[in-house]
Design a protein around this ligand. Structure first.
Ligand code: GTP
Ligand code: MG
Length: 441
């Protein structure tokens, strides 16, 4: 025998021995205790309705739970898909159900539908995140925590009779690893029986060829294996919703009345409403809740913890302790912080240097400008000085001429007063003088 086999045998826990009891002990009441505890605690169930505006989501919810949930009609002009959750407390016998219906308002109404699935994915993830945060708390209160994780997504397919739209395929593909999807053909009364049969086959074919995983009713529990297997073959359910009551025979039934006849919601020859109600509420509600926790939430939790650096074992398959992972992560975080700090400091120094250089350059430019202005000013000053000198010279010349003229004038006056007889001669002289004076002026 190989050494590893021996090791395994010695490490294995001993098989527990079977013993028979001498009389009634009482632990056979455990299932009843469990039921009683669950009933006291109450249940929560969260349904996400995805389908285009006016496809019949609210009507179907009202029909399924046989009540009227207060919902508003959505407009066709939303600029993006918006998730609207509404929670109700329902009671049947002594069982309390906290039911949340989440509507994807405005789905399919945008011109660009590339990101229509994103708000839905984000909403589902946000509910997982809330649950994870509660689980990671030191003082957890999961017992009375309102679990808002989506347990089922009813995907309403438009009854075109052709094929699925690419928006349907893309959205279901993005959601299938996060939520249990049950596809349903809405307003099935608007499509003929033969067309419906072909439509169902086409839809299933397209889902398979595009690798979209829809929820399969479980067949591992003997009690429901048979009915679930049969129902799996009926997917997608073709449903009709109505809260209107119509008299058929002598009974009031929920139906849609047309000029040519009545479509009864609960008549299995008319639509698959009863099948949906049976599968969703009466047979598989607990499985949907369980699958959400053990499959979809588990996947989210694992990815999230791995992202945070936690793992179950190191490279050599040695179990990793939470403490060690925390320490390693802390060290990594601190060194990253230091690196970032250093980077920022360097950035700051560079920025200061850059600003300094810029300021120096500006100073130099200003200096050059000042020197230039100074030169212009000196040139102007020199020109003004020259002009002033020229003016002075002109003034001097003028003054000289003025003085000469005044001298001549006084001379002339003097001569007139001395010799009256020589009047004619002098007259001539005076004329000459006047012409000389004019020439000076
Ligand atoms: P929004 O919330 O506004 O997006 O609409 P909705 O998807 O909730 O649709 P709603 O239930 O308000 O129904 C819209 C219209 O479709 C109403 O006039 C309903 O009477 C009608 N309707 C609902 N279910 C069916 C159905 O199964 N068949 C037919 N023919 N009409 C239906
Ligand atoms: Mg509605």
């Amino acid at each position: 025998m190989a050494a590893t086999d021996l090791e395994r045998i010695s490490n294995a826990e001993p098989e527990p021995r079977s013993l028979s009891l001498g009389g009634h002990v009482g632990f056979d009441s455990l299932p009843d205790q469990l039921v009683s505890k669950s009933v006291t605690q109450g249940f929560s169930f969260n349904i996400l309705c995805v389908g285009e505006t006016g496809i019949g989501k609210s009507t179907l919810m009202n029909t399924l739970f046989n009540t009227t949930f207060e919902t508003e009609e959505a407009s066709h002009h939303e600029d993006c898909v918006r998730l609207r959750p509404q929670t109700y407390d329902l009671q049947e016998s002594n069982v309390h159900l906290k039911l949340t219906i989440v509507d994807a308002v405005g789905f399919g109404d945008q011109i660009n539908k590339d990101d229509s699935y994103r708000p839905i994915v984000d909403y589902i993830d946000a509910q997982f995140e809330n649950y994870l945060q509660e689980e990671l708390k030191i003082r957890r209160s999961l017992f009375d925590y309102h679990d808002t994780r989506i347990h089922v997504c009813l995907y309403f397919i438009t009854p075109t009779g052709h094929s699925l739209k690419s928006l349907d395929l893309v959205t279901m593909k993005k959601l299938d690893s996060k939520v249990n999807i049950i596809p349903i053909i809405a307003k099935a009364d608007t499509i003929s029986k033969s067309e419906l049969h072909k439509f169902k086959i086409k839809i299933m074919g397209e889902l398979v060829s595009n690798g979209v995983q829809i929820y399969q009713f479980p067949t591992d529990d003997e009690a429901v294996a048979e009915i679930n297997a049969v129902m799996n073959a009926h997917l997608p359910f073709a449903v009709v919703g109505s809260t209107e009551e119509v008299k058929v025979g002598n009974k009031l039934v929920r139906a849609r009345q047309y000029p040519w006849g009545v479509v009864q919601v609960e008549n299995e020859n008319h639509c698959d409403f009863v099948k949906l109600r049976e599968m969703l509420i009466r047979v598989n509600m607990e499985d949907l809740r369980e699958q959400t926790h053990s499959r979809h939430y588990e996947l989210y939790r694992r990815c999230k913890l791995e992202e945070m650096g936690f793992q179950d074992s190191d490279g050599d398959s040695q179990p990793f302790s939470l403490q060690e992972t925390y320490e390693a992560k802390r060290k990594e975080f601190l060194s990253e912080l230091q690196r970032k700090e250093e980077e920022m400091r360097q950035m700051f120094v560079n920025k200061v240097k850059e600003t300094e250089l810029e300021l120096k350059e500006k100073e130099r430019e200003l200096h050059e400008k000042f020197e230039h202005l100074k030169r212009i000013h000196q040139e102007e000053k020199r020109k003004v000085e020259e002009k002033r000198r020229e003016l002075e010279e002109e003034t001097n010349a003028f003054n000289c001429r003025k003085a000469a003229m005044e001298a001549l004038q006084s001379q002339a006056l003097h001569a007139t007063s001395q010799q009256p007889l020589r009047k004619d001669k002098d007259k001539k002289k005076s004329i000459n003088l006047r012409s000389q004076k004019a020439a000076i002026m």
